[in-house]
Ligand binder design. Sequence first.
Ligand code: GLU
Length: 319
Amino acid sequence: MTTPYIGRFAPSPTGPLHAGSLVAALASWLDARTHAGRWLVRIEDVDTPRCVPGADRVILTQLVACGLCPDEPPLYQSTRAALYQRALADLLAAGRAYPCACSRRDIEHALAAAGIERPRHAELVYPGTCRNGLKGRRPRAWRFLTENFEEKIPVAHTGSSLSAMPLIVDPRVTWCDRRLGAQQQDVTREVGDFVLKRADGLWAYQLAVVVDDAAQSITHVVRGADLADNTARQILLQRALQLPTPAYLHTPLVRGADGDKLSKQNGAQALDTARAADAFRALAAAAAVLGLPPHPGPVADALAAWVPAWRHLYNPDSS
Ligand code: GLU
């Protein structure tokens, strides 16, 4: 028996939907419908300083105006701290997480001392300073230990003659995106031991998303390509927590006038979906980004036409 399909759209309530987030919403909805599956909405409101009060309601209203109705009441991450805490405790107990006392300045100094230059604006790769203990310093954040030392030594315990052979451990996480194809990332080298709980006490996106995707039995993640880079970290966390890995599909992005991913900084407009004609126009623009054929509307008819078109484009084997 195949696992029933459960998909999700997981907006951060930092403002109303914009053209980019509607693409992810439409794509995840179409993929769920194509698979006769369920489509859930999860409000990712853990980064409270970035959340805008009331934006969750606005987003849900906009989704309904676009014909995208969740199959269950939305889940709010702000209500789920106990689950995240338990996951962190499990990782600590398994030796896969550790407290970190480093400020951003400390990390910059450690990288400079090691002669590691970093391009302006690039993320800091954590050099692992606190892996071997805090040395009397106060813990600020909790980090995931990206290298699994256990995995490196199993043959040594077996007494098998294999133990004499050098153990080759490939540090790269490889995975297959349904649109982008084969992907790989060496998380230790390219990202470093990443944060699970932040110095301000807030849960990090990576931990919350992995815990909730598993708790909601999500089988398929469909989201914007700007998030593809997080997938390897999420797969490492799933493995460490012994959780299943969903299938991933990262959609094309809407580009701003500067060619970058559309964001509030480069002109993403909040979508106006108050009138049916505006909602349809927004939805049709999102469909065009996904390569779906034009449709005269209205919303319900267009969605019905785009389900088989989506299947043809993104699930050619199943049609
Ligand atoms: N909350 C994230 C965002 O709005 C999306 C998370 C996800 O789909 O995994 O960018």
